[in-house]
Design a protein around this ligand. Structure first.
Ligand code: BMA
Length: 306
């Protein structure tokens, strides 16, 4: 297949993508994708989304010395086995990890009778405590900011019925409110079907960098998932500074165009290094786990000028 890439590259794909595939799993998996990574004690730890042939996903730990390769697949993360969890969810996917203080929080979509956000906490990224549901029915992409803003926990969320990104706030990670709409499909020329948050917002002196997915529809119903970037105010993330006019990643490689769902790049986490470089972890075509490199400066350039 001929590979044609955008000339204006903000994200550079790791040449040996995909970095994790279903063959590496100890269980029968049809794909590993939309996984989230953090750096903890110098190691890169990922919560994998492994999808079974029954189309139900489970979460697994994986670890790498450099964030690109040498991934060792670890244990499966036990799901909450409570009557409440089992009542609402028989599938779970798209975890997002945010460290606040000493605690890692993992938000994920719990899907079944309802589609709600679940919350785990962890001190060591080995054991995970079920904290309960964060939302009622109708949310899939909630991701926490890495610190309280104006004294409140703050998160980005996407109501399932609307392709929009909202800011929501909580005093205790249980009660959420004080919501504001920050991005709709009218705010980009390319994501006219829906938009939703990707990984943890990145703090910079110029504002919070928010990486988001945006969906274009072709032929009436086929959805194409791109990745975009925007910048919001540091003290009040409801104030949008600018949204990039072009995606920063678009399906162009075979592993992004051909898989279980064609033409999908779906980012769900970033690792920011001390030198300002950023690893963006993303799923390709709902089948492959990939990574791409960028920098804070390039993301700011894209958000402010593209
Ligand atoms: C979204 C989520 C993602 C998936 C994407 C493309 O709605 O379900 O997990 O990658 O669709 O199929």
């Amino acid at each position: 297949m001929v590979q044609i890439h955008s000339k204006k590259r903000i994200l550079t794909r790791y040449p040996r993508n995909p970095i994790i595939t279903n063959e590496m799993m100890p269980v029968n998996s049809r794909g590993v994708y939309n996984s989230s990574a953090v750096k903890h004690d110098g190691r890169y730890i990922m919560i994998l989304r492994s999808e079974g042939y029954n189309l139900r996903s489970s979460f697994w730990l994986a670890e790498s010395p450099n964030g690109y390769d040498g991934w060792k697949i670890g244990e499966q993360i036990p799901l909450p086995d409570t009557p409440e969890y089992n009542r609402y969810a028989d599938n779970q996917y798209d975890a997002r990890i945010t460290k606040i203080g000493d605690t890692f929080y993992v938000t994920f979509c719990a899907h079944g009778r309802a589609v709600r956000m679940g919350l785990f906490s962890s001190r060591d990224m080995k054991t995970f405590k079920w904290e309960g549901f964060m939302t009622g029915n109708g949310y899939r992409n909630t991701v926490l900011f890495p610190e309280k803003i104006d004294g409140l926990f703050t998160a980005l969320e996407r109501p399932n019925t609307a392709g929009e990104i909202w800011v929501t706030r909580s005093p205790d990670l249980v009660f959420w409110g004080k919501q504001d709409l920050i991005l709709t499909t009218s705010d980009t020329p390319w994501a006219w079907n829906k938009v939703g948050p990707c990984g943890t917002p990145i703090k910079t002196p110029k504002g919070w960098i928010i990486i988001f997915h945006g969906v274009q529809t072709v032929g009436g119903e086929q959805m194409v998932y791109h990745t975009g970037v925007m910048l919001v105010d540091l003290l009040n993330p409801s104030k949008v500074i600018r949204v990039a006019n072009e995606p920063i990643l678009t399906p162009e490689e075979t592993y992004e165009m051909i898989g279980h769902v064609p033409n999908v790049v779906f980012a769900s986490s970033q690792v920011v290094e001390d030198d300002g470089s950023v690893k963006v972890y993303y799923g390709g075509s709902d089948r492959y786990q990939c990574v791409a490199d960028t920098t804070i400066d390039l993301l700011l350039e894209a958000a402010l000028t593209r």
